[in-house]
Ligand binder design. Sequence first.
Ligand SMILES: [Zn+2]
Length: 228
Amino acid sequence: MNRRFAAVAALIIVVALFAALLENYFKNPTVPTFASEYSKDIYLTFDDGPSDKVTPKILDVLKEENVKATFFIVGSQAEKRKDIVKRIYDEGHSVGVHSYSHKYDEVYSSPEKLIDDLEKCNDVICRITGEYANIYRFPGGSFNVKKEFTDSVKKEGYKFVDWNASFRDCELKDATSENLYSAAVSTAADKSRIVMLAHDTSDKLTTVGALKKVIRYFKSRGYNFRKF
Ligand SMILES: [Zn+2]
């Protein structure tokens, strides 16, 4: 009789312990949820275009791969290539503001000058697409930009976008497409949310050369391609 009682008591303790563990598992916010563990997103972003030579080729690859991206454009370049900006927009990609002049000394001379430059670029975008953009990329990124600049951009209602991975197509000298592909993969390092920096200026044919392989790599790793 005593033995049976002990067995029942032991069973109750085991069940209670298991229930407590289970409850803790579902309550503990550090335990990854199904969504955060399995949802992986990548945002491809292209800066400094449009260019005649490279932007249309990038658009061709994106179309072939059925992937949308975000282009942070330079207003003075866009004015000369309205048809390419229109194509970016018509093919369902996002158009964001990068700069009108892309001259760092002018843009960063004061927050007011930065906003003037930003709005001049956005006017060009609106004349071509019929819509103002609400996303912005600081020339060089916001990493070392003073708070007064980031504050004024936020105050004007823009969301600014940096990056956490890169083709490194501006820094690597004499890089091959294979080098850029390796840079993209290693800087992304399996993050669950990747914002990838690349460039579509006229000297970036190696970026075009790497793009398809980069897209296929992240597709094979289960990433969703998103635009801002
Ligand atoms: Zn730039």
